[in-house]
Design a protein around this ligand. Structure first.
Ligand code: ADE
Length: 226
């Protein structure tokens, strides 16, 4: 899988991919993440990528020309399954979208900034818009990193124990059960006995019940959606 991220602030997106699981995934050749500086696609001598909105109003708008230059340059090198625009107006990102996106080969993610991008790019070049939540970020860079992280960890081989992505919260609509590690007792606070019992069937049953209870308490909306 390959993810191309287009942004006018490359440094903001690079760091999540240079550590831990996401870095190892790239080193193992399971995913290629390439961050593109939109300014390199500007024909302006000052590498300008934004301008005032027609009709007035506060805030700058990312211009069509550098965006289209970049999209076309990337498209001339490979086909993209999706060209995603990160925007608070889009459908809200969730686990099932991540599950769907991990099945794709090449993704391009365009990060919005300032007041957004010229509407003509949205209409003619973007295949889907994604919001990561009902709040407004300063730009789409963090959203692009969030989406990429959620997708990349699902690629087989990225997590050392492949089943661990399958048992994540939300994979089956249930939130994860509680987890504990050593010591078995800390200042009188004990780990539930069943987890120490070594009885796998009971442990599995206990975890499932805990997940259902927690989902009812914390995310009843998830149960309604099932
Ligand atoms: N850009 C600004 N806010 C955003 C959000 N909530 N999701 C995705 N992209 C954004």
């Amino acid at each position: 899988m390959r993810i191309d991220i287009v942004t006018c602030l490359p440094k903001l997106v690079e760091s999540p991919f240079s550590d831990s699981i996401l870095k190892r995934a790239q080193n193992k050749g399971l995913v290629e993440v390439v961050v593109h500086d939109l300014r390199k696609y500007s024909t302006d001598k000052h590498h300008k990528v934004d301008d005032y909105a027609y009709g007035g109003g506060a805030g700058m708008v990312l211009m069509i020309e550098p965006l289209v230059n970049c999209i076309r340059d990337l498209q001339s090198q490979r086909d993209y399954d999706e060209i995603i625009y990160t925007s608070p107006d889009g459908p809200r990102f969730n686990q099932s979208m991540a599950n769907e996106l991990v099945l794709k080969g090449n993704l391009m993610i365009i990060c919005g900034h300032y007041k957004g991008i010229d509407e003509r790019v949205r209409t003619h070049f973007i295949s889907r818009e994604i919001s990561i939540g009902d709040y407004v970020l300063s730009g789409g860079e963090l959203a692009a990193a969030v989406i990429s992280d959620a997708v990349i960890r699902l690629i087989p081989g990225v997590l050392s124990d492949e089943t661990s992505a399958l048992t994540d919260s939300f994979q089956d609509g249930l939130v994860a059960p509680p987890v504990y590690t050593r010591p078995a007792e800390f200042e009188g606070l004990k780990v539930p006995y069943v987890l120490l019992s070594g009885h796998e069937a009971n442990i599995e049953k206990w975890r499932f019940e805990q997940s259902v209870e927690r989902t009812k308490e914390r995310r009843p909306d998830n149960l309604e959606e099932r």
